[in-house]
Structures are given as structure tokens and as C-alpha cells.
Design a protein around this ligand. Structure first.
Ligand code: F6R
Length: 615
């Protein structure tokens, strides 16, 4: 939520900042702004309500140059989306400009205190409070900016990633983080980049420093990167090499990132399995399982914590781990788990699943697990993000940057890692036979090909989509492994087309939702051939009997359901437990095409942001 970019060096910062904001727009897009120190030494701020393109249009006629700059794309928390509430915010004298990602929880107390000293505010944001506070501390105590930042941050409760420009020191950008991500890029030519993630930096350098909790970094021209903490203790940042290609950050000819990412899935899963499943496809090796074998196989219980789509992947993980390994698994919304006084045993393993690796609730759930002495295992996509750094071990899904706000390839990547994990643990615990293991591993390696086959139905789905655009409500039904697929299909539709949709276990329909069914209500049923197939057919009959209109996802060659359903979408067959990987594809495509038909901005759905770094 909210994206931060910064640059200081010998190039004009403005185009770098605008390009960086576009790369970060998935994090928020209700307003944007940029601050630069001009050659004449002025600190200029330009802001606009709306997307980064609106900011660009606002700046078009102006001659904007500067070698030090910061920029921000906002997802509103305090104060409506407006130009006044957009960042950067000036300090009272106009000497400082600050951008912020996060929430200052005690901002009202700080604000009242400043008001009592005669300060006034131009915005409703918590961010303006922080910049006024920093300047007040700096001027009233004659402190250098760094010290003033340290004093101010000691007074702040909440989450932040901030960057500050000081008109009096145009050669320096100061930034700090606590519970919100911040990455510094080390350019080749005595220059620094700064961003919420590596996507705005990757084009210029592959050397980055992921700032740690409580770090304050000073980016000064002609000097080495200096990192201290709030008590001015010197930190020793590790420089990491990143491996992000420009192709991964661009649409590559697709109209939307979401469609590109849907189509990337077969290759993403190959990357996810590469080096983990050997060429003969009969053995899975996960270093996390080798390193922590005993801790994992002797776990009393697994607790999966996640949010949104990652939580849906967790529901599939529960079935995989319970079925294959016979270890009990609970799946919790991280946001509920953190406040429900959960029972956590020291011999529990807590699995945190997160695409971004920055979700505030999932991080809080991890902290709770650590406090209880449990072992914490992360399944993440974003390399170097907070969650992989705060877990004892884990597995990256390696599907590349996911930019479309609606998660697609991260979901199938997470399910793939959970499949590999369950198979590894089952082999260690000997809860499945060697033959079964071999057959399942081999089938898992064939899933990318089957996804490729499933993607061929894109045209069919594109043709089908217009008939659903009228719908006000849709129901998604599935059972067993396909129940989380139904939940995920419904979430995708809600997010990007704004059609209300519910996912339900098909048999639960009779206990309430069946009352909603009429000829206006499209019902999508995942009815692939598995052990509950006959039962799902009965559920379809129940819908039909009430005039419901059924679109069924079936296993290729299924003639029985073809006679019952209004529309069928055929899927290649695979093992029941891997069916979610294949069955998710038509549901992602369906949501995508319905949203496109409705003229929605698929990659930037209203009110949403990709990385939910506030609770
Ligand atoms: C849905 C979606 C969200 C995320 C959720 C968790 O398409 O993207 O529901 O899954 O916000 O995010 P991560 O996985 O980054 O923790």
C-alpha cells in the first residue's frame, strides 16, 4: 500500500521517479506526487489526484529537473484521495518534503500537541504530522536532520517507510523503515535509488540493500551508504544481488499484466519446480526440509496463516498435508489469528504464505508464533521481503514479480510449493508408498503442460464472458480440493469486475445459499472427475431444479455433465490434488474477460492495493 521511489545522483531524477511510480502503481493509485530539489536550490512539490498518468499530465508543461527527488503513489488511509492529501508533504517552513508508506497510529496525539504550539495543517494525513514534527524538533533544538528524524521516530507508534528531502542539504536523502518495506539501490555512478520494492530499481542496478526494521539510511552524494538505527548505532547493511529482468516488469504485448501473468503460469511453475524436482522426476528436494527435517516431520500440528488468495492456497495446502502426511493442519486468516489469543504450542509449525512477503497481518501472526516458540516457515514470492527475513526457513515460489493486483501466478506457485512440501514430508514420514510418491511427483511435473492445454480455452472463455456481464451475483461451487478453487474464482471476479460473488462448498448450498438461486444467477461449478464427482452432479441437479444457470468446469470428454449444464469448459485430467492448479486457469480467465467486457481497469481495481502493509 503506497509506493515510494527516490533518486539522488547525476541524472535528472524526474523521469526516473515517474517510471518508478508506474512500476509501483500496483501498490496504490488514488493520487501521486513528486518532490525535487532544483538546480537553483528550490524544493518543488507537484501532486495530482488519480493515477501516475494524471501526475504526469499535471507536470507536462512544467520544466522539472533536479538531481535529488522523492515520489509517492498513494493508497488512502488517513484522508480522502485528493491532491491536498497526496504525498510529498511539506514541513511548516517548506524546507523539508516527506513521503510515507504506512500508518502513524498516534498521529492524533502528535497533531494535537503540534496544534497547541501553533502549527496548522494543510492535509488530513498522518504523514504531514510526521514531517512537521521532524522540522519542529530540528529547528527548536538546532539538530541536524538525521538526529531530528531519530528523535521524532522515537515518538512515533506505527508503521512507516519514509524518505525526506531537505532544501538546505540538496546532496542528501534520508530514509527510514519500520514495518513497511524499503530497498536502497546502489548505482554504478555514485548514485542511489530508493523504492518500496526492487521493481523501480532493477533497470538501473542489481546491487541493493534491503533495509531492516528500525534502519535509517543516509544517501549522500559522494559518500558510501550510511545506515544507523534510531539510537544512532551504526548498522552493517548487506549488499544483495537481485535477478529481475526488465521483461518481467513489462506487459510484453499483453493488454494487462493480469493476462500476461495468467499466461506465464506454465513457465512459472517450471521455474518453481526447477532444481527441486530432479530430471528423472522421481524425487523432490527442498533445502528447508533437509535443514529442518526433524522439526518439520515431528510437528504436532501445522498452522497456516495468510490473507486473501494466499489463504485460499493455504486451504489447498491443508488438504495436501493432511491427506499425504497425516499431520493436522489449521488454516487461519492472519488478521483474525493475531487477535484471537490463539493456542500455539512450541512444537507447532506455523506456515506463513504471502506473495508480497509484506502483509502486515501475516507479519503480526508470525511475531505471535515466534513469541509462542513455534517454528515459522515462510512461502513467499518477493525475494528479500520482510516475511522471508522473519521466518526460520521457507521456500520461495519463484514465479517472478506479480504486478497485476489480482493474484494469479502467485496462487498457483504457492499451491505448487505446498504440493512439493507435502510430498517431501510424506516421503520422510512414510505416509505414502514409494510408488505413490513417484507417481505423484511425476504427475506434478506434467502440470505445466496441462496448464498450457487449459490456456487454449482462452478464446472460448472470451466469447462466453459477455453473457455474464449483466449478473449482479454469482455463485461458485466446488468440493474437496475444488472448494478453495471456488473461493478463489469468486474472489477474482469480485476484485476486478465488482460483481458480487460467493464461493461455497457445493453441498453447503442446501443450508442457505440455495435460496438465492434463480434464472438471473450464474452458477459456476467445478465438477472435475474425482471422488466427489457423483455428488457434485447431484448438486448441479439441485441448481438446475431451481432454474439456476450452470457453467461447469469438467474433465475433458465428460458427456454426463454436458447434458446438464448450460455451458461446459473442458479441462485436462490430472490427479485430484493437483486439479486446483489446472482448474484455476479458466476461472482467472473468466474473471479477466468479464472485467474487460465491463470496461474495468483490470490491473488497478478500485480501492485495492497489491501489498497490504497496513492492518
Ligand atoms: C487477491 C489478492 C489478495 C492477496 C492478499 C495477501 O487477488 O491479491 O487477496 O492475496 O492481500 O497478499 P500477500 O499474498 O502478498 O500476503
Amino acid at each position: 500500500m503506497c509506493g515510494i521511489v527516490g533518486y539522488i545522483g547525476h541524472k535528472n531524477a524526474y523521469p526516473i521517479l515517474i517510471k518508478g511510480l508506474k512500476r509501483l502503481e500496483y501498490r496504490g493509485y488514488d493520487s501521486a506526487g513528486v518532490a525535487l530539489i532544483s538546480e537553483e536550490g528550490n524544493l518543488n512539490v507537484y501532486k495530482a489526484k488519480g493515477k501516475v498518468a494524471d501526475l504526469e499530465a499535471h507536470c507536462q508543461e512544467k520544466d522539472i529537473t533536479g538531481y535529488a527527488g522523492i515520489a509517492h503513489t498513494r493508497w488512502a488511509t488517513h484522508g480522502e484521495p485528493s491532491s491536498a492529501n497526496a504525498h510529498p508533504h511539506y514541513s511548516a517552513s517548506g524546507r523539508l518534503a516527506l513521503i510515507h508508506n504506512g500508518i502513524i497510529e498516534n498521529y492524533l496525539t502528535l497533531k494535537e500537541n503540534l496544534i497547541s504550539r501553533g502549527f496548522t495543517f494543510k492535509s488530513d494525513t498522518d504523514t504531514e504530522v510526521l514531517v512537521q514534527l521532524i522540522e519542529h524538533i530540528m529547528l527548536s533544538n538546532s539538530l541536524p536532520l538525521l538526529e531530528a528524524v531519530q528523535v521524532a521516530l522515537h515518538q512515533v507508534i506505527g508503521a512507516y517507510a519514509i524518505a525526506i528531502l531537505d532544501r538546505e542539504h540538496p546532496d542528501t536523502v534520508i530514509c527510514a523503515r519500520q514495518s513497511s518495506p524499503l530497498v536502497v539501490g546502489l548505482g554504478s555512478d555514485n548514485e542511489f535509488y530508493l523504492a518500496s520494492d526492487t521493481s523501480p530499481i532493477a533497470e538501473y542496478t542489481d546491487k541493493v540493500v534491503f533495509l531492516n526494521e528500525g534502519d535509517i539510511a543516509v544517501l549522500q552524494l559522494g559518500k558510501k551508504l550510511q545506515v544507523v538505527n534510531m539510537d544512532n548505532v551504526k548498522q552493517h547493511p548487506k549488499v544483495k544481488q537481485i535477478d529481475v529482468t526488465l521483461g518481467q516488469l513489462e506487459k510484453g504485448g499483453y493488454p494487462y499484466f493480469m493476462l500476461k501473468e495468467i499466461f506465464e503460469q506454465p513457465d512459472c511453475l517450471r521455474n518453481c519446480m526447477r532444481g527441486r524436482i530432479n530430471v528423472d522426476a522421481d524425487r523432490i528436494t527442498l533445502s528447508a526440509v533437509i535443514d529442518y527435517r526433524k522439526r518439520l516431520i515431528e510437528a504436532r500440528r501445522f498452522i497456516i496463516v495468510a490473507c486473501g488468495t494466499s489463504w485460499h492456497a493455504g486451504l489447498i495446502g491443508k488438504q495436501l498435508i493432511e491427506n499425504l502426511c497425516r499431520i493436522p493442519v489449521e488454516v487461519e486468516y492472519a488478521s483474525e489469528f493475531r487477535y484471537c489469543n490463539p493456542v500455539i504450542y512450541p512444537d507447532d509449525v506455523v506456515i506463513a504464505i504471502s506473495q508480497s512477503g509484506e502483509t502486515a497481518d501475516t507479519l503480526a501472526a508470525i511475531n505471535l508464533a515466534h513469541e509462542a516458540g513455534a517454528f515459522v516457515f515462510g512461502i513467499c514470492n518477493a525475494i528479500g521481503a520482510s516475511i522471508p527475513r522473519q521466518t526460520q526457513t521457507g521456500v520461495y515460489i519463484h514465479v517472478g514479480p506479480e504486478i497485476g493486483v489480482a493474484s494469479t501466478k502467485a496462487f498457483t506457485g504457492q499451491v505448487t510449493v505446498l504440493s512439493m512440501l507435502a510430498l517431501c514430508l510424506a516421503a520422510e514420514r512414510k505416509t505414502i508408498s514409494a510408488e505413490q510418491y513417484k507417481q505423484m511427483v511425476s504427475e506434478l511435473t506434467k502440470v505445466p503442460e496441462k496448464m498450457e492445454e487449459a490456456l487454449k480455452i482462452n478464446k472460448q472463455i472470451e466469447k462466453l464472458a459477455p453473457i455474464f456481464t449483466y449478473a449482479k451475483n454469482c455463485l461458485y461451487l466446488g468440493r474437496g480440493y475444488n472448494y478453495p478453487v471456488a473461493l478463489e474464482g469468486a474472489l477474482k471476479l469480485k476484485e476486478i469486475s465488482y460483481i458480487h460473488a460467493e464461493g461455497y462448498p457445493a453441498a453447503e448450498m442446501k443450508h442457505g445459499p440455495i435460496a438465492l438461486i434463480d434464472s438471473e444467477m450464474p452458477v459456476f461449478v467445478i465438477a472435475t472427475r474425482d471422488k466427489l464427482y457423483e455428488k457434485v452432479i447431484s448438486n448441479i441437479q439441485e441448481v438446475r431444479a431451481r432454474g439456476g444457470r450452470v457453467t461447469a468446469l469438467v474433465t475433458k470428454g465428460d458427456e454426463q455433465i454436458r447434458k446438464l449444464a448450460d455451458h461446459v469448459i473442458e479441462l485436462p485430467d490430472t490427479l485430484e490434488c493437483f486439479q486446483p492448479l489446472v482448474a484455476s486457469i479458466p476461472l482467472q480467465l473468466l474473471a479477466y474477460h468479464i472485467a474487460v467486457c465491463k470496461g474495468k481497469d483490470v490491473d488497478r481495481p478500485r480501492n485495492l492495493a497489491k501489498s497490504v502493509t497496513v492492518e
